[in-house]
Design a protein around this ligand. Structure first.
Ligand SMILES: C[S@@+](CC[C@H](N)C(=O)[O-])C[C@H]1O[C@@H](n2cnc3c(N)ncnc32)[C@H](O)[C@@H]1O
Length: 230
């Protein structure tokens, strides 16, 4: 009998979770209705605008873009939107959802890095509703890769559910009730604000800001320009 994939076999795990459009949408936000995608996409956009900002000239890259829930509201506001995902099924759904836009590029990634995206070629990297599904090392791998692909003065936004709030703790308890030998590979693992802050600072980001107004950690940072002596 074939073993179920482990958590870090992201391509296998997420290809299986996105075999149909409805299944993919349920794994993205737990709903399939367009109204829910539009409303939550706009809500995420507000968090991006309040932290890193999306400007007309920006090249913006999303890590784990899913079906293009956020891409659909960000792409009209920037020069280019690059959607990256580990699952080709997800990228096909994004392609369909954003088919009206000419400034969209889609990249299938390995699940561990942004290989294929050039150094210093992007203005904003964001990653939303993805870190809870990753191993901690891969959260850091992506933050470190974001630093590589961002231009000087580039901005990063990442989020996860906060372990340290009552609501976040409830999520932790709900998942603790799974039998240890039967944990789904994609199950949510929260972060602490300190974990995310540490990754951003260790990767080299400056002006790191962590918002914890609700049960989410929303973190942003800035890639400082190196002023040369030439
Ligand atoms: C819950 S969905 C969120 C999608 C999108 N960010 C949104 O908020 O609408 C998680 C997405 O992350 C992708 N994903 C999971 N593991 C990944 C990895 N290691 N690298 C890149 N994408 C990954 C999944 O395929 C899926 O599209």
């Amino acid at each position: 009998m074939e073993h179920p994939p482990s958590r870090s076999e992201y391509k296998k795990v997420w290809s299986a979770l996105s075999a149909t459009e409805d299944q993919a949408k349920l794994h993205v936000i737990g709903a399939t209705e367009e109204a829910a995608f539009q409303a939550t996409g706009e809500e995420t956009l507000r968090f991006l605008q309040d932290s890193v900002g999306i400007r007309r000239d920006d090249v913006v890259l999303e890590i784990g873009c899913g079906v293009g829930r956020v891409g659909k509201v960000v792409a009209p506001l920037c020069r280019k939107w690059i959607g990256c995902d580990v699952a080709s099924n997800m990228l096909a759904l994004t392609a369909n959802r954003l088919k009206g836009f000419s400034n969209v590029e889609l990249v299938e990634i390995s699940g561990y890095n942004l290989s294929g995206v050039a150094d210093a070629s992007v203005d904003v990297v964001y990653c939303t509703v993805v870190f809870m599904h990753l191993e901690a090392w891969d959260r850091y791998n992506y933050i470190s890769e974001a630093f590589r692909v961002l231009r000087p003065a580039g901005r990063i936004y990442v989020d996860n559910i906060n372990l340290c709030t009552d609501g976040g703790w409830q999520v932790f308890e709900n998942h603790r009730s799974f039998s240890p030998t039967n944990r789904p590979p994609h199950m949510t693992q929260n972060s602490t604000p300190q974990e995310i802050e540490t990754y951003l600072k260790r990767a080299g980001f400056s002006d790191v800001r962590i918002r914890t107004d609700d049960d989410w950690i929303r973190a942003s940072g800035f890639k400082q320009e190196i002023i040369g002596n030439s």
